[in-house]
Design a binder for this molecule. Sequence first.
Ligand code: ZN
Length: 466
Amino acid sequence: MKEIKEDKEEFDVKYIKELDEYFTAYMSALINEIFVGVGINLGLSEKKAYSLAKNDPEKLEKAKFFSSIFDKFKGIFNYKVPKFRYKKKIYGDGKPMTPVQWDTFNNSIDSFWKDRANAVAEDLAVKSHELGKQTTEYRKTKKPYKNKSLQQVDFEQYDGKMPSTFSDAYKKYDFGNKEKQNLNKEFSSVAMYVTKTNDDIKEAIRQNIQIGMDENKSPQSIASDLYWNIEKNENLNNKYTAESLRRNWSRVASTELATIYNNATLQEFEDDAMKSLKASSKSVYFVRTGGNCKWCLSVRGTIVRLVPNEIVTDTKNESLRSMGIKDPHTDIAIWIGKNNVGLKEKDWMISVPGHPNNVATFSPIDLGKEEYNPKTDDVEKKQEKDKYIPQQIDYAERSKEEKDARKPTFVGANLVRMNNSVYEAVDSEDYKKKKAKWDKDPSLPIPVNKNSTDFKQIFDEAEKNR
Ligand SMILES: [Zn+2]
C-alpha cells in the first residue's frame, strides 16, 4: 500500500520527478541569491546572509541547500547561479529611497532574474513535453520506465542531447501545428509565473523595507524578516518572505511541469480522437491513476475518453453526451489542456493535474484487452480465460473505415499497424531476442527484421500512407 500524504504528492516516474527537482532548486537558488544580496546591502556579513538563507532560525536546523542537486544534474544542465550584489544602499542612511532609486534597484533585480529564469523555464517546458511523449512511447512498447532517471533517458533516447529550446526541439523533431500551439500556450503560462515571481520578489523587498522603516527596525532585523518573517507581522502578507516565495514557486513549478508533461502524453492520440468522432472503433480511452490525496483516491480508476479540443465548446463541461457523443464505456471526456483552474473542489473535473501539486496521470487503456487493477493502481492485461481463440474472419463487405484500418499505418516511430496487428521494426541483431519475447507474449508488437522483405512490404507501404 502506498503511503498517503495529503499535502505533497510525488511523481511516480523518476525522470519527471527529477526535472521538477532541478527546476525548483534552480529557481529557489536564484531567489536565495537575491535575498542574500539584499541582506548584505542591509549590512549583514556575507556569511551571516548565506546562513540566514540556509537556516530556519526558529528551528536552527540546516535546510538542504542546492549544491548536491546541481551536481547530480551537471551532465544535463549547466545554468549558473551568480551572485546578486547591489552597491547603492537601499536602507540605513536615514533617507527613504526615491521612486527613481527604487526603479534602478528593481531594474537590477529584473536583469538578474529575467534572462536566467526565462531560459531555464523554456528548457524545462521543452523537456517536460519531450518526456511526456517519451512516456507514451515507453508505455506503448510495454517497457518499464518509471525508474529511469533523467540522465538515463537523455542518454538512451537523445544521445545526451535532449533539446533545451523550442527552436532546437522544432528543428530536430516533427511537431504538428496543433502540438506547437499547445506547447506555446503552456509555456506562456509558465512564463507568466516566472514574471509574477519576479514582481513578488521586488514587492517583498519593498514592503519589508517600508515596514522596517515605519517601525524603526535595524537593517539586520529587516534582513531576517525578509528570509523568514518569524514574527508573523500582521501587516505583512505571508507570501513576502524568501521562504514563502520559494515554497510558492515550487508548487507552481510542479503543477506547470505536470500540465505540460501530461498534455504531451496525450499528444499522439489526438489524431485517433479526431477520427473516433466518425468511427467509434478509433476511440481512445485512459484511466486516471496516481495522486495520493483524498480527492485523487476517490477518482482513481475513472475511465475517460480523449476528444479533440475542437469540439469542446464549454471547457467546464466534461460530459461526452453534451458534446453529442454516446459512449458505452464512459461519459467523461478529456482533452489536451483540460484543467480545474478557478474551480472549487466540489466542481473539479477529471483532469491531470486536477489540483495544485498534483501528480496524477492518464494511463492509456485498451478496454478490449486490458483492465484497471485498483490494487496496483495500474493498467494490466486482462486475465485470459481461454488460451487462444482464433479470430473469426468476417467476409462481409468492409466499410471504408475498416479498409483504412487494414492499410499499413505508422502508429509510432518504429511501429506500424496493419490488419489489426502492430508490427515493430527491429535491427537484425536484436531480432532474435525480440522474436523470443514475442513468442512468449503475442500481445507485444510483432517484430520485423529490418533486413527482411516483410519489412519493406509493411514499412515502405506505411511510409506512403503517412
Ligand atoms: Zn491529489
